[in-house]
Structures are given as C-alpha cells and as structure tokens.
Design a protein around this ligand. Structure first.
Ligand SMILES: [Zn+2]
Length: 117
C-alpha cells in the first residue's frame, strides 16, 4: 500500500473536452438500463470488501465496481432493483447517501451540459 495519491476527478473535468481521444476506452455496462458505454462517460460506484458503496470519481478505487449512465432514469432503476448491491455483492440498503451524491453529480453534469451547448 503506502502513500497513494488520491485524485478526485469531477465528472465535468476539463479532460472531457478531448472527446476525440476516446479510442481505447474500456466499455462498461450500466446496471440501470444495461447499455454498454465507454467507462469515462459513466459513473462508477465502488465497494471495497463489502463496505458501503461510494461514488468513485477517479475510476480507480479498489474493490468491485458498478457503472451507471449519467442519467437519472438509470440511477432510479438501479436503486429500485437493488442492482448496485447485487452487482457489488453487498447487502441491500445503506445506499441513501450514495444516491444523494449521485443525484447531485447528475444535477451538476446536466447544468454543465446546458451551459456548454
Ligand atoms: Zn443506463
């Protein structure tokens, strides 16, 4: 282990502007709608050894990861069906804080899209 640099990357980071360079992005499946998309346009939720899942903005947190499209509908589906818990192999529940955080990120990214276009 040792000292590890923790890079918190917001969804609307400047990196997203280089959209032409998403050639070899890993493809992930949304646990809400089942769509396959490049990892970088999705939200990653990570749970390390069964711990309470957290939103992983760096895409590098250890443990199992589950992905969601940046869409409220996918998030709603995922929470309604406990898809995150199933995907992360953790017990249902304890995701209220996570849901609130994702909702905030989604709201922020929607605002970002509105102002950019
Ligand atoms: Zn989705």
């Amino acid at each position: 282990m040792g000292a590890k640099a923790r890079v918190l990357r917001l969804v609307k980071s400047p990196d997203n502007q280089t959209a032409s360079s998403d050639l070899q992005l890993p493809i992930r499946t949304c646990v809400g709608c089942g769509a396959k998309r490049p990892q970088r346009v999705m939200l990653r939720v990570a749970s390390y050894k069964g711990a309470v899942p957290v939103l992983d903005r760096s895409y590098r947190s250890p443990g199992r990861g589950a992905y969601l499209c940046c869409q409220a509908s996918c998030m709603e589906q995922a929470f309604k069906r406990h898809a995150l818990e199933r995907s992360l192999k953790i017990k249902p529940g304890g995701t209220a804080a996570l849901k609130a955080e994702i909702e905030k990120v989604l709201a922020d990214s929607v605002n970002a899209i509105k102002t950019e276009t």
